[in-house]
Design a protein around this ligand. Structure first.
Ligand SMILES: Nc1ncnc2c1ncn2[C@@H]1O[C@H](COP(=O)(O)OP(=O)(O)OP(=O)(O)O)[C@@H](O)[C@H]1O
Length: 467
């Protein structure tokens, strides 16, 4: 690894000022260990603090990661702070993937430490190969232009900035740095597993790029920096134009003139929509992807003068001639009950829908709390989805006896407002089969050799137009 290359990158992007307090997120892996060593050796005028989070995923092994970082710091007289967080529990409570849960917990601790030490910087060990993966993943999944620019080398975080000085390096630069400085990193086996999207990009796409160009990470980094500059300019232009389009803007609602909006250049129209949605959703960023934006763009371009779109979290977009009004639905709390027809989609009035499909084999590729598979022979048809009733009880998968639905809501910390609309799936006898995202009953299919199954999926509603 070329030390001056990283120093130049730090200077060019104004990543570090001398005499600062720099926290470094150190997992114990090669990237962050090299980063800690690099900053300790090359920037001696800064006050360093290594911070480590044990996610408690791998029992004793992950505890040893913590001990090894602690020992590394002790030998070099570097301050060290750590925490152990039961991420599995957080994951279950928040119903997110293990990776999202680990990230949330980690950043929360980083924030706490920045505040405690009045940190100027939090340095993380992301490198150029991570950047390629991030950009590609976001392109494949779809997202705003900003998100397609990948990770920033510097952004505001807590009391200072989050910085990534190694974005100009690739993985093998870092590995050779570790070898040359006798650093002995810890390895997390989950970094290799193909079950995570990022690892699939790492294992299957990156090798091809590297064969084409050994230094491909520098091309991606340049692309990222230029895209961020372009986007900043485009956002400014969009904001200016939007001022001529917006008729009314309140805390939870926005109205625009469709004709003025249509006069905006196409690239600004898309960005204008993104700005309006960002304004309305604030911190509650729902799972919006490019399909939502595309639907909304064609809705506005549609010659039909009126219609309505339903977006996640109850955002309603109503078009009436030249006026398009974005506002959140008043929460309806009337009880409901619908028959689940074969192969149907039922909107649950809370921004989610229940999709029912018939399968001729056990659909083992579908897993998770948003999925329920039923053996039709074990229930009395038809199935229903309804809101809760007083006294509801259900049997729980893998447990004896029954449990009150009310207690399930309390255990899972579902707030009162949401409980009234939360869907409950029953058979025609009223037996509760499933409470999506919260609890499965013992009626989930256990015989995997049948030739018919009902697959139920609970997912965020895609925006759908009705003229
Ligand atoms: N458990 C942790 N404790 C402290 N910092 C962490 C932890 N996990 C990740 N980080 C920080 O976030 C960066 C990115 O993490 P990520 O898991 O994506 O990368 P990685 O390739 O596993 O990095 P490393 O080789 O440093 O483990 C790490 O380089 C490190 O700075």
């Amino acid at each position: 690894m070329n030390i001056s290359q990283v120093k130049d990158f730090i200077t060019k992007n104004s990543l570090l000022r001398e005499n600062s307090t720099v926290l470094i997120g150190v997992s114990g892996g090669p990237d962050s260990l090299a980063l800690l060593h690099f900053l300790w050796t090359n920037y001696p005028n800064n006050k360093l603090l290594a911070v480590h989070v044990d996610h408690m995923f791998r029992g004793k092994e992950s505890e040893q990661d913590l001990m090894s970082v602690k020992e590394f710091c002790r030998k070099r007289d570097i301050s060290f702070e750590s925490t152990q967080i039961n991420v599995k529990k957080y994951q279950e409570d928040m119903r997110v993937s293990s990776q999202v849960a680990a990230r949330d917990c980690r950043y929360e601790f980083f924030k706490e430490m920045m505040e405690k030490y009045e940190g100027d910087y939090l340095a993380l060990g992301h490198h150029g190969d991570d950047q390629i993966e991030t950009i590609l993943m976001r392109m494949v999944r779809g997202g705003s232009s900003y998100s397609r620019a990948g990770m920033r080398a510097k952004r505001v975080f807590a009391t200072g900035y989050l910085i990534r000085p190694f974005l100009c390096l690739n993985k093998s630069d870092i590995e050779s740095y570790c070898t040359n400085h006798d650093l002995v990193p810890r390895y997390d086996p989950s970094n290799e597993e193909d079950k995570y999207t990022r690892n699939r990009f790492r294992n299957h796409v990156l090798p091809f790029f590297k064969k084409e160009n050994q230094q491909v990470h520098l091309r991606f980094q340049q692309y990222s920096e230029q895209l961020i500059e372009d986007e900043a300019l485009l956002e400014e232009l969009t904001q200016d134009k939007l001022n001529t389009v917006i008729r009314k803007q309140d805390k939870d609602e926005v109205s625009i003139s469709v004709s003025n909006y249509s006069k905006m250049p196409k690239p600004l129209q898309r960005r204008g929509i993104q700005l309006i949605l960002k304004y309305l959703y604030k911190d509650t960023s729902p799972d919006l992807n490019s399909i939502h934006i595309d639907n909304l763009l064609s809705f506005l371009a549609n010659e039909h003068p009126s219609g309505i779109l339903h977006f996640p979290l109850g955002l309603r977009i109503i078009r009436s001639y030249d006026d398009c009004h974005f506002s959140f639905l008043e929460k309806k709390t009337e009880p409901y009950s619908f028959i689940i027809e074969q192969d149907s989609v039922i909107e649950c009035n809370n921004g989610y829908e229940l999709v029912s499909e018939t399968r001729g084999y056990y659909p083992e590729e579908f897993k998770g709390e948003h999925i329920f598979v039923i053996d039709p022979d074990s229930v009395v048809p038809p199935l229903y989805v309804r809101s809760r009733k007083t006294g509801d009880k259900m049997t729980q998968k893998g447990m004896k006896g029954t449990k009150k639905v009310k207690d399930i809501f309390i255990d899972k910390k579902v707030d009162r407002g949401q409980r009234e609309l939360w869907p409950i799936v029953t058979d025609s006898q009223g037996t509760i089969l499933w409470i999506p995202l919260l609890k499965k009953s013992s009626y989930e299919a256990s015989n995997l050799l049948k030739d018919k199954y009902i697959l139920l999926q609970y997912k965020a509603t895609k925006s759908r137009g009705q003229s």
